[in-house]
Write a protein that binds this ligand. Structure first.
Ligand SMILES: Cc1ncc(COP(=O)(O)O)c(C=O)c1O
Length: 296
């Protein structure tokens, strides 16, 4: 792993893909990258309609595949998108994970509704290398009026393809010189990053926004509760204003790809990158190693 100093990156290992393994499987068929296509009539292309998951593979072992597939099922059910059988999904994920350390993306498209052309729903399973991740992260707080900010309603907390507001927020933050955005609701509650969750240490308690705020049920965030138990640190779900975060002792970002990383800047405030973030990260990696083997 890279150093945690300012401007450092937590980079994926120097990836040497296993060239014998296929990177892309569509509806169970391994396809060459140049032949990996989706119909222009698919609502995934026309309207961002579909669902997805991103699973990290350590060595060739996917981490917490079960919970990722559970979440995929919940997302698909919310949009009434059909899924292939779970055994098929597991075998396709396992097959592309053979490429080595990386991230495996599952995309299930919504299929088309064109009256003249039937574009069936497609399930794409693909392997990608881990991008370099800056650490500590510098994030720009942004109000997200588009975010449900509540779990009321059937379409909150879904991992769907309609991520344009998320990505536009991240891009806006990058244009302003930050690494990423940190979203808060209309009524001022801290939510999540566009592609990551957040938690902070205040006194001797770790706080993290509650799922009742309509944030994604992050798999990494669920591991944080286990980490808290292992380390004897209480992890509490809260609805908290941005000021609470600015008063925190340490802040971490949470995601499958970022794992647990310190956040060092929030807007114009510097946050201490202290020892607890390091302990949380180390414990996360130890859980990963226990479940996926020594390559983690
Ligand atoms: C909006 C949002 N919140 C949180 C997360 C972190 O979720 P996980 O830990 O399952 O990767 C993601 C991941 O992509 C996300 O898109």
């Amino acid at each position: 792993m890279g150093a945690d100093g300012c401007g450092a990156v937590v980079s994926g290992p120097d990836v040497r893909p296993n060239l014998n393994a296929m990177r892309v499987i569509i509806d169970g068929r391994p396809v060459n990258e140049a032949d990996a296509r989706v119909s222009v009539f698919d609502w995934a292309v026309m309207r961002g309609f579909g669902v997805f998951e991103v699973i990290r593979s350590y060595g060739v072992a996917p981490f917490r595949l079960g919970p990722h597939l559970d979440r995929l099922e919940r997302s698909a059910a919310a949009l009434a998108v059909g899924l292939p059988g779970r055994d098929d999904l597991i075998s396709w994920v396992t097959a592309v994970a053979e490429n080595g350390e990386g991230q495996v993306r599952i995309v299930v498209t919504g299929g088309g509704r064109d009256p003249l052309f039937d574009a069936p729903s497609q399930t794409i399973v693909m392997w990608e290398p881990i991008p370099d991740i800056p650490s500590p992260l510098r994030v720009m707080p942004l109000e997200a009026p588009w975010h449900p900010g509540t779990a009321d309603g059937p379409l909150s907390g879904i991992k769907w393809l309609s991520y344009a507001p998320n990505m536009a927020s991240a891009d806006m933050a990058r244009r302003a010189g930050f690494h990423d955005a940190l979203l808060y609701s209309r009524d001022g509650f801290i939510l999540e990053g566009p592609t990551f969750g957040i938690a902070w240490l205040i006194g001797d308690v770790i706080e993290t926004p509650g799922l009742d705020l309509g944030i994604l049920a992050s798999i990494t965030r669920s591991v944080l509760f286990e980490i808290g138990e292992h380390l004897g640190i209480e992890v509490r779900e809260v609805s908290a204003p941005l000021e609470r975060l600015l008063a925190a002792d340490e802040v971490v970002g949470l995601s499958t790809v970022k794992e647990v990383i310190p956040i060092g800047v929030i807007g114009d405030r510097e946050v201490r990158t202290g020892p607890v973030a390091g302990r949380l990260r180390a414990e996360f990696l130890s859980i990963v190693a226990d479940e996926t083997g020594p390559s983690a």
